[in-house]
Ligand binder design. Structure first.
Ligand SMILES: [Fe+2]
Length: 199
C-alpha cells in the first residue's frame, strides 16, 4: 500500500479500469460487460462479509466461545473463495474488478457491523441479519445476470453455500419449535440484545 499522497497526472498510461473491447464467446460484448458490472457489488458485499466474519471470530466471548470461533473460519475461507471466483469472472467477461477498500466503502449501501466484544449469542444474532442481507442481494443478482447462464450458475451455487452458512448460525438461535429467539428484530443491535437476554 502506498502512503497517502497528492496524485500527479502523467502522460504515460500505466493503469486503466476501462472495459476491455471483448467478452466471452457467444455473448454480445455489451451483455457480457453488463453481467460483469452486476457482479461488482457482489464482490464488495462478499469482501465486506469476509471482513465482518473475521471481526466476529476475533471479538466473540463467553460460553460456547470455541465452537463459534472455530465455526467462523471455514465460512470466511468459503466467502473469500466466492470473492475470487466473482472477481475473476468479471475479468473473464472483460471488466476490471475493483477489490479495494475505499471503493467498497464508497459503493456500499450498508453500515459497518455494529458489534465489537460481545457474547456468542449476540454475534450470532447480528451475523444472521448480515447473512440475510447478503443472500437477498445475491438472489437479486441471479435475476440480474439472467442473460448469462454461466454466471447465473456461479451465483446460484454461491447462494446455496451462503444459505447453508446462515443455517449454521441460525441453528444456535432456534428453539425446539424452530422459531428464532430474535424473531422480529431487524437491526443488528436489537437482535443481539434479544438473543443475549434469552441466554
Ligand atoms: Fe483465528
Amino acid at each position: 500500500m502506498a502512503k497517502k499522497t497528492t496524485r500527479t497526472s502523467s502522460t504515460a498510461q500505466v493503469t486503466s479500469d476501462s472495459d476491455a473491447p471483448l467478452t466471452v464467446p457467444g455473448l454480445p460484448t455489451e451483455t457480457g460487460h453488463a453481467v460483469a458490472d452486476a457482479l461488482q457489488m457482489r464482490v464488495h458485499a462478499l469482501n465486506d462479509l469476509a471482513l465482518t466474519l473475521k471481526h466476529a471470530h476475533w471479538n466473540v466471548v463467553g460460553p460456547h466461545f470455541i465452537g463459534v470461533h472455530e465455526m467462523l473460519d471455514p465460512q470466511i475461507d468459503g466467502v473469500r473463495d466466492m470473492v475470487d471466483t466473482l472477481a475473476e469472472r468479471m475479468s473473464t467477461l472483460g471488466v476490471a474488478p475493483n477489490g479495494l477498500a475505499g471503493a467498497l466503502v464508497a459503493a456500499r449501501s450498508w453500515d459497518d457491523y455494529d458489534l465489537h466484544r460481545a457474547d456468542t449469542a449476540a454475534h450470532l444474532a447480528a451475523l444472521d441479519l448480515v447473512y440475510s442481507g447478503v443472500i437477498e442481494d445475491h438472489r437479486a443478482a441471479i435475476e440480474a445476470v439472467g442473460d448469462d447462464p454461466v454466471t447465473e450458475d456461479i451465483l446460484i451455487g454461491q447462494t446455496a453455500d451462503l444459505e447453508q452458512f446462515q443455517w449454521f448460525v441460525r441453528a444456535h438461535l432456534q428453539g425446539t419449535s424452530g422459531a428464532l429467539v430474535t424473531e422480529g428484530a431487524t437491526a443488528e443491535l436489537s437482535a443481539a440484545r434479544k438473543a443475549s437476554r434469552k441466554r
